[in-house]
Design a protein around this ligand. Structure first.
Ligand code: SF4
Length: 338
């Protein structure tokens, strides 16, 4: 772990001023990913700017009927917040599928969005990794790639985005509020995370001198027909091999609106508009959901150890949509898939 300076930011403007003044600095809030990255010699910030005391911990209703979630709301507080439980249970379910209670107590909502891939080679500083060291190569493509991506990959990187919460936020079409030296702006959730292309070192479209201030949920929470299913190698405290967030609006058996995103398969939560369009106006059943799954997985490519993810994702999409249609969401306290 490298030596570093520590400073605390007094307010959002001070945080922006401090990060803009020092390109080698990093913000730290809960630190649940960054401290690991520093211990593994992956990140070497010369300065940590502690933003944990900034006034970004409130959950407020917006004038449009949505919800504005401060970037520093701990994951646990968000999952158990009454408005999230009642109106956005998909978000609560996805958060509770991730990490451990202790980690969720520390991890912030904003930090969840910018956590980095858990690709084995990214954390192994002696192996080639274009994300850690651009131009060095990718050890995962011909290596142990069981946990790596099958969609949206590039010759430079086949990493996945590790968040559960982000898969739900993609389905709900959240907006990310950020602020930087040029002022405040919003980023649509679908544009927040990037595919690797030839710049895998950049996970998101957040600029290095910008700070996330809030996540905004639109009014529609799909609280009647939703499900978040996570498939992993053990029943808790493991990242998704494949996860699926599904949200439906039904009129009887007929689908009026459909949203699906898949996690654990790409560098960002994976949504395909054509797959959602095929569901509209149709009767909700497993054969229809299989058609949507096939569209979502068009172009999927395995790299050896992760070939199994293609079939697994197809089955998980069908199952999650079926649970959403029945109004029987996956329980995160009963993780076992029977
Ligand atoms: Fe690095 Fe990406 Fe290759 Fe993993 S998949 S070794 S993160 S370049």
């Amino acid at each position: 772990m490298n030596p570093f300076h520590y400073a605390r930011a007094n307010d959002v403007a001070d945080a922006i001023r401090q990060i803009a003044a020092d390109p080698a600095a990093k913000f730290i809030a809960g630190g649940t990913n960054l401290l690991d990255l520093m211990k593994y010699d992956v990140e070497h910030p010369a300065r940590l700017i502690d933003i944990s005391q900034l006034p970004l911990r409130s959950v407020e209703e917006t004038s449009s009927g949505g919800l504005r979630i401060g970037a520093l709301v701990p994951n646990s507080d968000l999952a158990y917040h009454p408005l999230i439980e009642q109106r956005y249970p998909l978000v609560a379910s996805a958060i509770l599928a991730g990490a451990s209670q202790q980690l969720r107590n520390m991890a912030s909502t904003g930090g969840n969005l910018v956590q980095r891939t858990r690709c084995f080679y990214f954390y192994d500083a002696v192996t080639p990794c274009n994300k850690r060291e651009p131009g060095s190569g990718c050890a995962a493509i011909n290596g142990v790639n069981r946990i790596n991506a099958i969609l949206g990959t590039s010759e430079a990187c086949i990493a996945t985005h590790p968040s559960d919460m982000c898969v739900a936020l993609a389905v709900l079409e959240a907006t990310v509020h950020v602020a930087g030296p040029a002022g405040a702006r919003t980023i649509a959730f679908s544009d927040f995370h990037r595919l690797p292309d030839n710049t895998p070192q950049r996970d998101t479209n957040l600029e290095p001198d910008e700070i996330i201030t809030a996540i905004e949920l639109p009014p529609k929470g799909f609280s009647a027909n939703y499900s978040y299913l996570k498939i992993r190698d053990r029943l808790s405290y493991a990242f998704a091999l494949v996860s699926v967030a599904a949200a439906l609006e039904l009129d009887g058996d007929t689908i009026k609106e459909a949203r699906v995103a898949v996690g654990g398969v790409a560098h960002k939560p994976w949504r395909v508009s054509a797959a959602e369009a095929v569901l509209l106006g149709q009767r909700a059943d497993a054969s229809l959901f299989a058609q949507a799954a096939d569209i979502m997985l068009r172009g999927a490519k395995g790299y050896g150890h992760n070939n199994f993810k293609i079939g697994l994702a197809r089955r998980a999409i069908v199952r999650t949509l079926s649970q959403a249609a029945r109004g029987t969401p996956q329980s995160q306290s009963v993780k076992k898939i029977r």
